[in-house]
Design a protein around this ligand. Structure first.
Ligand SMILES: C[S@@+](CC[C@H](N)C(=O)[O-])C[C@H]1O[C@@H](n2cnc3c(N)ncnc32)[C@H](O)[C@@H]1O
Length: 242
């Protein structure tokens, strides 16, 4: 059953930093569906791209897998001989992910690992790595190391599918993109108050880079090429190849 995200509906005197604990986990699938434009199309594209790179006998990693929605939506196009590994630092998210996989009769070989990516990226024999709205939560200090470790754990010609919120270099465009994004959230039933309180909770927790900064990060840390495959205002999907 999908629980409705009402976390920021009531006015709070003090807004705590956003986290991925029990309260968020319970409503997370609804939160993503109403807060990420074209979420299901992005998931379909991830499956389509991943199926071109997935190799039998290797692994696909989803870093920041949350409730394993991505594994469920990319399962069909990926060969059965590929193992799925989900990594997340939230035990609550992983528990919900495990329940969803069991409920849907997911029969592929998989593992879910609880790991803080700020402390290291546990990757080996990977043909595909997915990072869907997770790098933006990694502390900037560690991002270079995280990308370098992903590249080093990927097999040659393997890929990283990276989706992030990004900033524009131009402040007018930036403001416009953010306004259009908040309009999208309003169309999906979030009030001005909910949007404002969530923005405050995410300040300093979600730190987006410019698209050019992410590109440099990839090209200077082990990837030979990358390009954008999705863009909706400040939402951006990048495919990087080792
Ligand atoms: C926005 S969610 C990702 C959504 C998910 N990839 C999807 O498409 O459904 C970010 C996830 O990253 C996880 N996360 C944040 N910081 C992390 C870290 N340092 N190490 C591991 N996971 C982290 C959170 O627990 C959360 O589940």
């Amino acid at each position: 059953m999908l629980h409705k995200d009402q976390i920021y509906q009531k006015k709070s005197r003090r807004i705590d930093n956003f986290d991925f604990g029990q309260k968020t986990t319970q409503v997370f699938d609804d939160m993503l569906n109403r807060s990420v434009p074209f979420y299901s199309e992005m998931q379909r594209m991830i499956g389509e791209i991943a199926s071109e790179f997935a190799v039998e006998g290797t692994r696909i990693y989803d870093l920041g897998c949350s409730t394993c929605s991505t594994f469920l939506s990319i399962n069909d196009p990926i060969p059965q001989g590929v193992t799925f590994i989900g990594v997340d630092s939230s035990r609550e998210m992983l528990k919900k992910g495990e329940e969803k996989l069991l409920q849907s009769g997911f029969s592929r070989k998989y593992e879910l690992l609880c790991q803080d990516l700020n402390k290291g990226v546990p990757i080996s024999n990977a043909s595909v790595v997915i990072m869907n709205f997770t790098l933006q939560f990694i502390r900037p200090l560690y991002r270079e190391r995280v990308i370098a470790e992903i590249a080093s754990g990927l097999n040659n010609n393997g890929c990283l599918i990276l989706i992030e919120k990004v900033l524009s270099q131009n402040s007018t465009i930036n403001r416009l993109f953010i306004k259009f994004y908040y309009d999208f959230k309003k169309r999906n039933g979030y009030s001005e108050l909910e949007i404002a309180q969530k923005r405050e909770a995410l300040e300093n927790i979600l730190v987006p880079y410019h698209f050019d900064e992410n590109r440099e990060l990839l090209l200077q840390n082990g990837f030979k090429g990358c390009d954008m495959f999705f863009r909706w205002y400040n939402f951006c999907g990048v495919l990087a190849i080792k």
